[in-house]
Design a protein around this ligand. Structure first.
Ligand SMILES: Cc1cc2nc3c(=O)[nH]c(=O)nc-3n(C[C@H](O)[C@H](O)[C@H](O)COP(=O)(O)OP(=O)(O)OC[C@H]3O[C@@H](n4cnc5c(N)ncnc54)[C@H](O)[C@@H]3O)c2cc1C
Length: 296
């Protein structure tokens, strides 16, 4: 079943009517990073205001593989056990060339660890759990949805922000401004900070499918399967992961010369998936075409 998005409520911020006292911390962005930052600060008794231009959790599953170290941090923040309970735990990966298994690995061969090597869980659940956790600190975390930061100015001892809301703009002052506004960060652009690294040429298609029969076949122990030159996707690579709710992540290499707008359409995606899944019925839950970028 598709995830049911419930918009978070918006209330007009006090700064629309009268200037707000200077805040100790303002965090821009209520994605996984901004929400984690707010909860971590609250656990240390530090107040923050979190501003987000949106009012729902992640659109699409996006990040799904959460590593042991990340889970340990989420444990400290108070959502690790929920993630473990809902998520799909795995530790074994298998590599195939064609349909022949050529290599496998076990990321956590010894028992006795609190958290597994990986939990697969859609990013919308992680954000939902983080928002609910943030709401455990009503005196320390002030979550403001549909509040878009459109400008910021640094002064010697504070930062001044301009924020757009459905009721118009207002300004905020803060001792510390923490930019968690994602990979396309407008804060980074306004401050002319570099974002150096590499963008790879290849395009990849992500397709999440919901299905009753497992694409892992009889072998439905959750694992990570990766193919070089699979029989169902000529000459390229493919990746398969299981998520909760009978949703499977299929990631197909498309090559460099591809138009993402054309590829991310059902007409193009469904035939590709049928090559892999055969006649097994499936529901396409989400799709996206991306390029891999490493930058900092
Ligand atoms: C289409 C897509 C597919 C992805 N697929 C995968 C995947 O398969 N696997 C994987 O590991 N990762 C994936 N990612 C990456 C993963 O989602 C990110 O690494 C992760 O979301 C980063 O978290 P974040 O909190 O830094 O940023 P984000 O999740 O981007 O959160 C930033 C938040 O800031 C808000 N914001 C931005 N600008 C402003 C502003 N001016 N004012 C107020 N709020 C603002 C945004 O609305 C957003 O809520 C994908 C990303 C995208 C976009």
């Amino acid at each position: 079943m598709a995830y049911a998005y419930t918009p978070f409520p918006y209330s007009p911020p006090p700064g629309l009517i009268t200037p707000e006292p200077r805040h100790p911390v303002v965090i821009v962005g209520a994605g996984p990073i901004g929400l984690s930052m707010a909860v971590d600060l609250a656990l240390r008794g530090v107040k923050s205001v979190v501003l987000d231009d949106n009012n729902v959790v992640s659109l699409g599953s996006r990040a799904i593989c959460w590593a042991k170290r990340t889970l340990e941090i989420f444990d400290r923040l108070g959502i690790g056990e929920r993630m473990l309970e809902k998520g799909v735990t795995w530790k074994v990966g298998r590599q195939f060339h064609g349909d022949r298994e050529v290599y496998n690995f076990d990321l956590l061969p010894e028992p006795g660890h609190k958290y597994p090597a990986f939990v697969n869980l859609q990013q919308y659940y992680v954000e939902e759990y983080l928002v609910e956790r943030a709401q455990d600190f009503p005196d320390l975390i002030d979550l403001r949805f549909l509040n878009k930061v459109t400008d910021h100015k640094g002064h010697t001892d504070h930062v001044e922000l301009t924020v757009e809301t459905p009721d118009g703009p207002y300004t905020l002052e803060t001792d510390w401004y923490i930019a968690c506004d994602g990979a396309g960060s407008a804060t980074r652009k306004r401050t002319n900070l570099p974002f150096e690294g590499q963008t790879f040429d290849e395009h990849f298609l992500i397709a999440d499918v919901e299905m009753e029969t497992s694409p892992f076949g009889d072998h439905d122990t959750p694992e990570r399967w990766f193919w070089f030159a699979p029989p169902f996707h000529n000459g390229q690579s493919a990746l398969l992961h299981k998520q909760p709710d009978n949703i499977y992540r299929i990631d197909l290499q498309l090559g460099p010369e591809t138009d993402p707008k054309v590829e991310a359409t059902e007409q193009k995606v469904v035939p590709r998936l049928k090559q892999m899944l055969g006649d097994a019925p499936f529901r396409l839950d989400w799709m996206s075409v991306y390029k891999f970028r490493c930058a900092r």
